[in-house]
Structures are given as C-alpha cells and as structure tokens.
Design a protein around this ligand. Structure first.
Ligand code: IDP
Ligand code: MG
Length: 138
C-alpha cells in the first residue's frame, strides 16, 4: 500500500500539447511510470469514473469535459505516491495552487485543471483497476 497512484492528463492539456512537459515534471519528481495509455473516454465511462461526484452540481459538466477529447491515463509508482503526487499537482482550483505545481502552470481554471490525481490509496487501486489490466503494468 502507498506506493502507487493513478493520474490522467486531462483533455485540454492533451489538446494544448502539454503531455511531454507534464510527464517530464512527473518523472523528475521521482515517479516511475508503471502503465500508460492515451484513450478517449465515452460519456458513460467518464460518468462511471466520476460516479462519486454524481450528486455534485458540476457532475454533468465534468462528464462532458472528460469525454470531450482524449486523455493520457497512467499508474505511477513511488513511496507515498498518493500524498506526494497531490503535492506535485497542487490544489483543485489553479488560482489556489502553489507556484511550481503542475496545476499552477498548466491548468486553465477550476474545471479544466489539467490533471487528475487519486485522493487515497484505496481509490488509487480502484482507479488503476478501472483503466488497466494486470498485463498492462510493468
Ligand atoms: P480533485 O481533482 O482535485 O481531486 P475533486 O473535488 O475530486 O478535485 O473534483 C474532481 C474534478 O471535478 C476536478 O479536478 C475538476 O476538474 C472538477 N471540479 C471540481 N470542483 C468543480 C467545480 O466547483 N466546478 C466545476 N468543476 C469542478
Ligand atoms: Mg478528487
């Protein structure tokens, strides 16, 4: 426990050509890529992934956004992966993200905030299993 997290580079960051720059930040911070793929989620799959937010007022906007273009999904490995990755990406709202964090640099706004990071070890496993088979992890 505690050594993997799940991430997605979100559609607007992929569209803006920021995949490489964001991955460089992630690897430089000491995370190892265990699995990775570029995928275009259907509205149904995006809705399932974010089912935990289904009662929130922004849910339909979130599902539309996350299924609106391809993303890059990955499993990352590091000691204390979940906590350290949340520090690396910064606050949900980029206006509140620490300078130097990925969201401070690449996010457009509270909704289009460039990158996802799991919020617990338990969710890191659930989210990794949602996107990747055992044979896709090395
Ligand atoms: P997190 O991604 O930092 O964990 P969550 O609260 O889990 O933040 O929200 C999931 C995603 O939903 C956010 O990353 C963002 O894209 C979107 N989101 C969160 N709050 C709002 C909001 O108030 N309005 C619009 N979109 C939001
Ligand atoms: Mg979250």
């Amino acid at each position: 426990m505690g050594n993997i997290t799940f991430t997605m580079i979100k559609p607007e960051a992929v569209e803006a050509g920021n995949i490489g720059a964001i991955l460089q930040r992630i690897e430089t911070a000491g995370f190892r890529v265990m699995a990775m793929k570029k995928i275009h989620l259907s509205p149904q799959r995006a809705g399932e992934f974010y089912a935990i937010h289904s009662e929130r007022p922004f849910y339909s906007e979130l599902v539309e956004y996350m299924s609106g273009g391809p993303i890059v999904a990955a499993i990352l490995e590091k000691e204390n992966a979940v906590t350290d990755f949340r520090k690396l990406i910064g606050a949900t709202n980029p206006a509140e993200a620490e300078p130097g964090t990925i969201r401070a640099e690449f996010a457009e706004n509270l909704s289009k905030n460039a990158i996802h990071g799991s919020d617990s070890d338990e969710n890191a496993i659930i989210e990794s299993d949602f996107h990747f088979t055992k044979e896709e992890r090395y």
